[in-house]
Design a binder for this molecule. Structure first.
Ligand code: 3AM
Length: 177
């Protein structure tokens, strides 16, 4: 059963800039640059029929390309930090695209996603990283100033790794136009 999610890819040159955040935090499992992405909708482990219906419905999306802008590094998990991220600006175009994926995936039969959408690129999964070490890491790092790129398509990725972090396989791509 494929484990699927929809996402915006991070262009290679942008990924290289973001890779400057790698290092300097013990307990971090750094994501490979080629696996950087912005998750839109996690589908989970779906059967083949649902996967095909989801892929078909996503083909109905008609939206223009838009700018993706980065805000800065942060962590998820609070007192028990679990991942290091770079936040992405929640611009209307990105929020509306994500909301449309949510609607379409419910139409495909998936349960509603209860988590609030916080657009981000995951840089590292954290295991046994202390909140203090994470705060120190973040305190020393700002930016990435003015980094943005134009999203020209969204994709479906599959993943076999239940821990997260890739490798991800591109299953389908949908142009924004
Ligand atoms: O790499 P990011 O943070 O963009 O966190 C998982 C990862 O997101 C997320 O889906 C992406 C690909 O694995 N994910 C994993 N399990 C999830 C779940 N049960 C989930 N998102 C929502 N619900």
């Amino acid at each position: 059963m494929p484990r699927l999610f929809t996402a915006i890819e991070v262009p290679e040159e942008v990924g290289l800039i973001l890779s400057g955040y790698r290092g300097g935090l013990s307990g971090a499992r750094w994501i490979d640059v080629e696996n950087y992405h912005i998750t839109l909708r996690f589908l989970g482990d779906v059967d083949e029929e649902t996967a095909q219906e989801a892929a078909y419905l996503l083909g109905k999306v008609r939206r223009a390309p838009f700018e993706v802008t980065f805000e800065g590094p942060d962590a998820f998990g609070g007192a028990r930090p679990r991942s290091l991220i770079v936040k992405v600006a929640p611009t209307p175009a990105l929020i509306e695209l994500q909301a449309e994926h949510e609607r379409l995936m419910r139409r495909a039969g998936l349960a509603a996603e209860s988590r609030k959408f916080t657009p981000h690129v995951t840089l590292a999964r954290l295991r046994d990283a202390s909140p203090r070490a994470v705060a120190d890491y973040l305190g020393l790092r700002g930016g990435p100033p003015g980094l943005s790129f134009r999203a020209e398509q969204f994709v479906i990725y599959s993943s076999r790794d239940s821990v997260g972090g890739g490798p991800y396989v591109l299953e389908a791509a949908y142009p924004l136009r």
